[in-house]
Write a protein that binds this ligand. Sequence first.
Ligand SMILES: [Mn+2]
Length: 418
Amino acid sequence: MNHYRALRRELAKRFAGRGVVHLEGGKPVSRNFDVDYAFRQNSDFLYLTGVEESGCHLVLDGSREILLVPRVDAHHRVWEGHVPGPAEAKKLFGVDRVMYADELKKALGSKRPVPAALVRDALDEMRAVKTEGELALMRRANKISGDAHVDVMRRARPGMREYELQAMFDSACVKAGLKHLAYPSIVAAGVHGAVLHYRKNDAVLKSGDLLLIDAGAELGGYAADITRTFPINGKFTRRQRDVYSIVLAAQKECIAHARPGVISADLHVRSMRVIAEGLKDLGLLRGETDGLVEGGAVRLFYPHGLTHMLGLDVHDVTGGKKRVLPNPTKVPVRFVAKLEPGFVITMEPGIYFIEALLKDPVLRRKHKDSVDFAKADSYLDFGGIRIEDDVVIRAGGPPENLTSVPKEIDAVEAACAR
Ligand SMILES: [Mn+2]
């Protein structure tokens, strides 16, 4: 409660004397007649209040703070059960004053509202740096999600379908009290591992293939975002080991270098270099590493970002206008930020063998000197490997890794042992 109050005070302070801050919470979204989509509170609203009910508002005016809750009738209670009224909400959420949402005009009074875009930007600035209270939630969300990953590794068997593993993951999280996933789980066996946002999750697991699972639950709205890739029969093949080792080396090197002051885009380039070197060792790429990175050949095998911010949104706010930076690298990178203590970011390099890229005639012509396409074709049954941990940037040292799911080859095989 004090945690949320401190954040509201901080926001109100930023706009002191400049008008009244009004935030509207999330509203239910209809799926079809009488059925709504599962409700998830607006992240800014959750950040400032912890309130998970729909239909609320928040008004901040200097030291005055008002939470507005929906007025419900007996009919609503018949279907939806109890909804806290003002007196109860005041105690529950620790706000100075609670009114009904239909009294919004009165709550706002005659003062000018602060433009929503300014409020949004201030919240982007604040949300980027996590407080210890937020980190405690994120640690727990990661631990439970991580345990669910280990559960899936232990129980996966050839012949199962991807959705059975999806259900195992969900079940482990829900049993531990995390009722909501942070994003739709990607459970991708074999070649499906090369589909970056694979969502079908219905293929059969085959012995000898890899299983890539990207899944995380949220606690108090705070997300975990974890990916592991493991052998379905419990033992990596030589070829899988070789590719896996490259991805793991790239990830570990980037984590070791994730310090305050470092530009995220530079870390991405660092991961591309490790991957380029590794793919050269495997004979898939040839030439100078700089040329492979800047010319885009590496991107045929690693076509996504290394990192993004993590928080109440799985791809979280990037810190507001004051933190916008030009991309200092020669490669196209979407997330460019100077890392600060309290940032939580993902570290998720990968290598994939994607038919849509490797069979593209234009790309084949463009990169014919850099890529051994005949060799790459022999990997088209491979799928992909991604390893993703969530880390907290810390002052004066290495980051704190929130994710403790096994990732070393021996440890993954031990977790899969049957
Ligand atoms: Mn991610």
